[in-house]
Design a protein around this ligand. Structure first.
Ligand SMILES: C[S@@+](CC[C@H](N)C(=O)[O-])C[C@H]1O[C@@H](n2cnc3c(N)ncnc32)[C@H](O)[C@@H]1O
Length: 283
C-alpha cells in the first residue's frame, strides 16, 4: 500500500496501526506513509527494532513447530497480524496433516489481507488434508465473543487440546482492562492438555529515550503499548505447567529469541530482550 486511495474500508491511512508497524519491521510492504514515518522515528532511539520483531516472530514459529511435533493440531492465533512468511498454518501444516488454525485480529487491514491470502489450500476440498484456516474478526477484550464464533463456525473442537497463541498482543491491553483475566477466561474454555503460547514486550531493559519514543509513536497509533515487567508477564502463566524454553533452562519465561533456539547464548541479542515469552500446558 502506498497511497491513501488503497486503504481498505474502515482504515484511516493517516493513523499508524500496530499490525502494519510490526509488518513493516519484518520487512513487509502493506503499510502507508504514516506507518513508515512512525517506524523511522522509532529507529532513531531503537536501532534494534527489526531484530526485536524477528526474535518475536521466530518465537511464534518455533513454538508452533514444537507443539505440532508433539501432536497439537488446533491453533487459536489471536492478534495474528498481517500474513507474512511462515504463518501458523504453514508451520504447523508442514509438520502434520489435519491441522486447524483460527486467525483472529481486530485490525481491518489484517482481516482484508488475511482473507485474501490465507484461503484454505486444499482442506476446503472434500478429503483435503492441508491445514484448514478460518479468519475471524475479533477483539481480545471480548474473549467469550471469540470463543462463541469459534464454536458457532465449528472452526475448532474445544473438547480437544488447542494451542492458544497470544503472541505480542497482550501489551495492547492496559492494566485497567485486566489482560490477565482475559487470558484466564480464554484458557477456561480449553481442554486439559491445551497450551498457552504468549509473548509480550517488556520495559525491563529499555532506556528512558526508548520508552519515550515508544510512547510518542504508539500513543498516536490505533492502539497504545503497555510494556510490562518480567513478573507481570510471568503472571499470564499462573497455574499452568511451564515448558522449559530450551534444554537445561529453568521452566520459566525467557527472552523471545532464546525460546527453542539452537544456540540460546548466541540468540540473546538486544532485540530478543524486548520481549519475554513462554509456552505452558494446561493441567
Ligand atoms: C505485534 S502484532 C503480532 C502479530 C503476531 N502475533 C506475531 O507475533 O507475529 C500484534 C497484532 O495484534 C493485533 N491486536 C492488537 N490489539 C488487539 C485486540 N485487542 N484484539 C485482537 N487483536 C489485537 C494487532 O492488530 C496486530 O495484528
Amino acid at each position: 500500500m502506498s497511497g491513501t486511495d488503497q486503504a481498505p474500508p474502515g482504515v484511516d491511512p493517516h493513523v499508524p496501526s500496530p499490525a502494519r508497524l510490526y509488518d513493516l519491521y519484518l520487512g513487509g510492504k502493506d503499510n502507508f506513509a504514516a506507518d513508515r514515518a512512525a517506524a523511522r522515528r522509532l529507529r532513531q532511539d531503537l536501532p534494534e527494532l527489526e531484530d526485536a520483531a524477528w526474535a518475536n516472530r521466530g518465537f511464534l514459529q518455533r513454538a508452533v513447530r514444537f507443539l505440532a511435533t508433539r501432536g497439537v493440531r488446533q491453533f487459536l492465533d489471536i492478534g495474528a497480524g498481517l500474513p507474512t512468511q511462515n504463518n501458523t498454518h504453514q508451520v504447523a501444516g508442514a509438520v502434520q496433516t489435519g491441522t486447524r488454525v483460527v486467525y483472529v485480529d481486530n485490525d481491518p487491514t489484517v482481516l482484508t489481507h488475511a482473507r485474501a491470502l490465507l484461503q484454505p489450500p486444499d482442506a476446503a476440498r472434500p478429503g483435503g488434508t492441508g491445514p484448514r484456516t478460518t479468519v475471524l474478526t475479533g477483539d481480545l477484550r471480548e474473549p467469550e465473543s471469540i470463543l462463541g464464533d469459534v464454536i458457532g463456525r465449528d472452526a475448532l473442537d474445544l473438547d480437544e487440546p488447542v494451542a492458544l497463541l497470544l503472541v505480542a498482543v497482550t501489551h495492547f491491553i492496559p492494566d485497567e482492562e485486566n489482560p490477565w483475566d482475559l487470558v484466564r477466561r480464554l484458557l477456561k474454555a480449553l481442554a486439559p492438555g491445551s497450551h498457552l503460547v504468549l509473548s509480550a514486550a517488556t520495559r525491563d531493559h529499555q532506556s528512558p529515550r526508548a520508552l519515550q519514543a515508544i510512547e510518542e509513536v504508539y500513543s498516536k497509533a490505533t492502539a497504545n503499548v503497555h510494556l510490562r515487567t518480567r513478573d507481570e508477564i510471568g503472571r499470564f502463566f499462573s497455574g499452568l505447567e511451564m515448558v522449559p524454553p530450551y534444554p537445561g533452562a529453568e521452566a520459566a519465561v525467557t527472552y523471545a529469541g532464546q525460546w527453542g533456539a539452537e544456540d540460546p547464548e548466541a540468540a540473546d541479542s538486544d532485540g530478543s530482550r524486548w520481549s519475554y515469552c513462554g509456552v505452558a500446558r494446561l493441567p
